[in-house]
Design a protein around this ligand. Structure first.
Ligand SMILES: NC(=O)c1ccc[n+]([C@@H]2O[C@H](COP(=O)([O-])OP(=O)(O)OC[C@H]3O[C@@H](n4cnc5c(N)ncnc54)[C@H](OP(=O)(O)O)[C@@H]3O)[C@@H](O)[C@H]2O)c1
Length: 165
């Protein structure tokens, strides 16, 4: 949750070995999965790391982008900038929709403890890579949906409330 009570949703495509990226790239091409990402995130606020933003190279349309960077001078046209996760979440409270954490590895790791939901495309590959999705304790999450697609499963995990644990 954000300080203002908005849901925080992690959105990622993760290979069987946890790989999410290789250098600046994502080491697979799944156009249908990208369309699902667009549909899920449209109208919401994206939070992403500076590296991921620079690998995309532009703000994604139809969404407000908050870029996390520790660099005090970093700016880019069409995006908001936050210096830490707390700043990004406070900023997102004043913006449209839910908070969708869009990577990469560093940002997923820092945001996971405050996330309410994870929407993960579990990609049926084991590619080489150097960016990983963080491990998470499966007992703290419940699988609330699973859809099979060609090459990946789209799975939603919701955080168990304290009363359920
Ligand atoms: N498969 C997927 O779903 C998916 C999604 C997104 C990205 N990716 C992949 O992930 C890879 C990039 O991930 P990455 O881990 O290398 O980088 P990243 O998380 O995208 O960005 C890292 C940068 O974000 C800033 N940052 C991170 N944590 C911060 C914090 N707590 N406070 C302030 N700033 C913070 C820092 O920027 P400064 O250095 O400027 O301070 C840091 O260098 C790429 O390969 C990309 O293609 C995959």
């Amino acid at each position: 949750m954000t300080p203002g009570g908005k849901r925080v949703v992690m959105v990622a495509a993760v290979a069987r070995n946890g790989v999410i990226g290789d250098g600046p790239d994502i080491p697979w091409r799944l156009p249908g999965e990208q369309r699902l990402f667009k549909g899920l995130t449209w109208g919401h606020t994206l939070v992403m790391g500076r590296t991921t933003f620079e690998s995309i190279g532009r703000p994604l349309p139809g969404r407000t982008t908050i870029v996390l960077t520790r660099s005090p001078d970093w700016t880019a046209e069409g995006v908001l900038v936050a210096r830490d996760l707390e700043g990004a979440l406070a900023l997102a409270d004043g913006l449209d929709g839910e908070v969708m954490v869009a990577g990469g590895g560093q940002v997923y790791a820092v945001a996971l403890p405050v996330a309410d939901e994870q929407v993960i495309s579990e990609v049926d590959l084991e590619p080489a890579g150097d960016a990983f999705y963080p491990d998470f304790d499966r007992t703290e999450w419940v699988e609330t949906s699973r859809e099979h697609h060609d090459g990946y499963d789209r799975v939603t995990y919701s955080r168990r409330r304290a009363a359920e644990l």
